[in-house]
Design a protein around this ligand. Structure first.
Ligand SMILES: Nc1ncnc2c1ncn2[C@@H]1O[C@H](COP(=O)(O)OP(=O)(O)OP(=O)(O)O)[C@@H](O)[C@H]1O
Ligand SMILES: [Mg+2]
Length: 210
């Protein structure tokens, strides 16, 4: 680890797995080591990228092409990386990002079915080898994840339809972790918050003691 530069950590995982909850724990851990921390998120993280986020997340009548979604994600990411993330890291601030490039592989690749090679081309073009130092992938079964967000026990019929989509997202995330074992740590997100934090702490300790 380069001590003069900040660490870039991304948190990944599908809806409701506990990314935002974990982000604060990771922030406290890094601050306790005496480092400055910047919290940010994708899509978004700059005023323009947040506008793109609103465009991406808003409900609309017209069908959104998977390629359009992918390009907008990378347009926002390009702005975010160059305007916010890289300058902070250069100043020695650590950056913790709620979702990053792996989310494009999981959602636009796994979920929407775009070829990973297409995403990789954009990654090379926009990021040119820039990646997180550490990615924490929070993983749990899709059914439990949906139940957690809905705060109830069983998925209804509509949620069952959505489950196939989330299964693809989960599988793509796990494939990314398998392909990037040095950078990505899979955290079991199913146990209670304190157990998840114990897992996070052990990965962070390994990373910071390297
Ligand atoms: N380990 C856990 N056990 C039980 N509940 C949890 C756990 N982690 C988070 N939660 C709760 O689950 C809900 C979703 O958590 P959180 O908002 O952190 O997920 P997220 O991954 O950021 O979701 P989103 O993708 O929607 O942003 C919250 O109500 C949170 O308090
Ligand atoms: Mg969140």
């Amino acid at each position: 680890m380069n001590k003069s530069k900040g660490m870039f950590i991304s948190l990944e995982g599908s809806e409701g797995v506990g990314k935002t909850t974990s982000l604060k724990f990771v922030q406290n851990y890094i601050e306790s080591l005496g480092h400055k921390v910047l919290l940010t998120r994708e899509p978004g993280g700059t005023p323009m990228a947040e506008e793109l986020r609103n465009i991406l997340l808003s409900e609309r009548e017209e069908k959104v092409e998977a390629d359009t979604e992918l390009l907008l994600m990378f347009a926002a990411r390009c702005q975010h990386v160059n305007q916010v993330i890289k300058p902070a890291l250069e100043q020695g601030t650590s950056v913790i990002c709620d979702r990053f490039v792996d989310a494009s592989y999981a959602y636009q690749g796994g979920g929407r079915g775009l070829d990973f090679s297409r995403i990789q081309q954009l990654e090379e073009w926009c990021l040119d080898g820039f990646k997180p130092d550490l990615t924490l992938l929070l993983d749990m079964s899709v059914e439990e994840g949906i139940a957690r967000t809905k705060k109830r026990g069983k998925a209804d019929r509509f949620e069952t339809e959505k489950m196939a989509f989330y299964e693809k997202i989960r599988a793509a995330y796990l494939l990314r972790a398998e392909q990037n074992p040095q950078r990505m740590a899979v955290i079991d997100a199913a146990p209670d918050i304190s157990q998840v934090q114990t897992s996070l702490k052990s990965v962070l300790e390994q990373t910071y003691n390297q």
